[in-house]
Design a protein around this ligand. Structure first.
Ligand SMILES: CC(=O)N[C@H](C=O)[C@@H](O)[C@H](O)[C@H](O)COP(=O)(O)O
Length: 232
């Protein structure tokens, strides 16, 4: 079996594509997510990021590339794989990498990011952990805890958090620069990468891999970018 270190090494200089539809949206069906995953892999995606056990299981069957799994539980506070039980569910569904909120915020179950990391590494040694961070403090703590990947996913999305960063238009380049300089784990840049130029920029800053969601797989938002350009 391929080790979690090999999974992460295989993502170097590659693109991960997040295939997610949100609650109530027309594309929110596992077979559609699986087809979307196949489509982005055909375009060169080296891994796919998928939310929810049903979608993770469907995508695991549909593509050969690593699946970065997460469970969103609610949409406020700590909502990305907020407990060890959620992380376990991702692993059982077939995720090769599990994305977990790595902010230093309080969480309901009282389990920290580090608790979840230790539990999953212990129970599923082949599964890598991606620390979804919102701040430099999160990234340093996650690196210290032994995260396999440091992700910039949550920068700009943690209102009220003492370490919160403003939501930049496009990627938060200052944050990315600081994280790359501060941690030893590979950095996957995720969040508001809307153009190929954004992707090129973050690799220049030292990203290990880039993860793009909305700009590739969320047609409602992409359409609104175009309708916003129509004459009024
Ligand atoms: C903040 C949060 O909950 N991010 C989520 C994480 O899984 C997704 O909604 C994003 O689409 C994903 O991070 C990719 O980012 P972007 O869609 O900007 O390329």
């Amino acid at each position: 079996m391929i080790s979690r270190h090999d999974i992460v090494a295989g993502l170097k200089n590659r693109l991960i594509v997040s295939c997610q539809a949100y609650p109530g949206e027309p594309l929110r069906r596992a077979e559609i997510t699986a087809a979307m995953a196949q489509a982005v892999v055909a375009g060169g995606a080296a891994a796919v990021r998928v939310q929810g056990v049903t979608d993770i299981a469907a995508v695991r069957q549909a593509v050969e590339v690593p699946v970065v799994g997460l469970i969103k539980y609610g949409h406020e506070g700590v909502y990305i794989t907020p407990s060890i039980a959620h992380a376990r569910a991702c692993a059982y569904a077939g995720a090769n990498v599990i994305a977990i909120d790595a902010t230093l915020r309080e969480r309901g179950e009282g389990e920290s990011f580090a608790d979840a990391l230790v539990a999953i590494h212990d129970e599923f040694p082949g599964v890598a952990i991606m620390a979804d961070c919102a701040s430099l403090a999160d990234a340093k703590a996650a690196d210290e805890a032994g995260a396999d990947i440091i992700g910039t996913t949550l920068a700009g999305y943690t209102p009220g958090y003492e370490h919160a960063r403003d939501k930049t238009t496009g990627p938060d380049l200052d944050f990315i620069r600081d994280v790359v300089a501060a941690v030893s784990a590979p950095v996957v840049v995720e969040g508001r990468l809307h153009t190929p130029d954004h992707v090129a920029q973050v690799f220049e800053l030292g990203a290990h891999a880039a993860c793009v969601g909305t700009a590739i797989t969320h047609p409602t938002t992409i359409t609104s970018w175009f309708t916003d350009a129509l004459p009024r």
